[in-house]
Design a protein around this ligand. Structure first.
Ligand code: IPE
Ligand code: IPE
Ligand code: MG
Length: 234
């Protein structure tokens, strides 16, 4: 029996390329398999009663990849979102997008907006889909937003607190993730949620994302429960 899950789980969906390489397949095949894993894990989180699931799908640094791979990922995202609409309605999943969508194709931007608008009132689980997301970019945008308001005279710089700053982030209103999971064996954040994870528990796993199963999620949650969280206290 799985233990009570944290309210908010964040996952760096990594290892698609290596999964494909091991099978002699193009990297895009790994991304397609990874999209299926996301479907399974998002659904499993919903049945566990997780309130927020934040997933890293494409970083501000991933534009360094070949146009072929990027094109493949974008095509898969569009396909996934079209199919996800029906699932979302059936399972009451609320979709949010964190990241700068303006660099995506108009078609993909529209699919994201439709998914976000059509699912706004659903409340079984909220999926925060990080797309063209960079943690530093998110912080810079918040700083720019506050500076603009200060310049316009509608914000006194002395009023800027951690709470006010957080209201200008994509994650406004969402509690910080208690647990961050990174499969694929890499042990780094890669620009994922630097503000929100200062007190998160990190679980790194030696499984490639397309192979990640609900049992792996159970294991990560069990590991989380073995940790002693002190938040600077004793
Ligand atoms: C994660 O898998 C998906 C994206 C970053 C888009 P990778 O494509 O990074 O897979 P590896 O790390 O090369 O195996
Ligand atoms: C992080 O993985 C981004 C996503 C999973 C979307 P990367 O594969 O891009 O990270 P690095 O390059 O190994 O740090
Ligand atoms: Mg990777």
């Amino acid at each position: 029996m799985p233990e009570t899950p944290p309210r908010h789980i964040a996952i760096i969906m990594d290892g698609n390329g290596r999964w494909a390489k091991l099978r002699g397949l193009p990297r895009t095949a790994g991304h397609a398999a990874g999209a299926e894993t996301f479907r399974t894990i998002a659904n499993y989180c919903r049945t566990l009663g997780v309130e927020y699931l934040t997933v890293y799908a494409f970083s501000t640094e991933n534009w360094k990849r070949s146009t072929e791979e990027i094109g493949g990922i974008m095509k898969l995202l569009a396909k996934y979102l079209r199919e996800a609409m029906a699932d979302m309605e059936k399972n009451h999943v609320r979709f949010r997008f964190w990241g700068d969508l303006s660099r995506l194709s108009p078609e993909l931007q529209k699919l994201c907006m439709d998914a976000q608008n059509r699912s706004a009132s659903f409340d079984d689980v909220q999926v925060n889909f990080c797309l063209n997301y960079g943690g530093r970019d998110e912080i810079v945008r918040a700083a720019r937003d506050l500076a603009t308001r200060a310049k316009a005279g509608t914000l006194d710089p002395d009023e800027i607190t951690e709470d006010l700053f957080a209201q200008s982030l994509y994650s406004a209103g969402v509690p910080d993730p208690e647990l961050v999971i990174r499969p694929s064996g890499e042990k780094r954040l890669s620009n994922f949620l630097p503000w929100q994870t200062v007190y998160s528990e990190f679980v790194y796993m030696n499984v490639l994302w397309p192979d990640f199963t609900p049992t792996d999620l159970d294991k990560a949650i069990a590991e989380y429960h073995r940790r002693s969280r002190r938040f600077g206290g004793v």
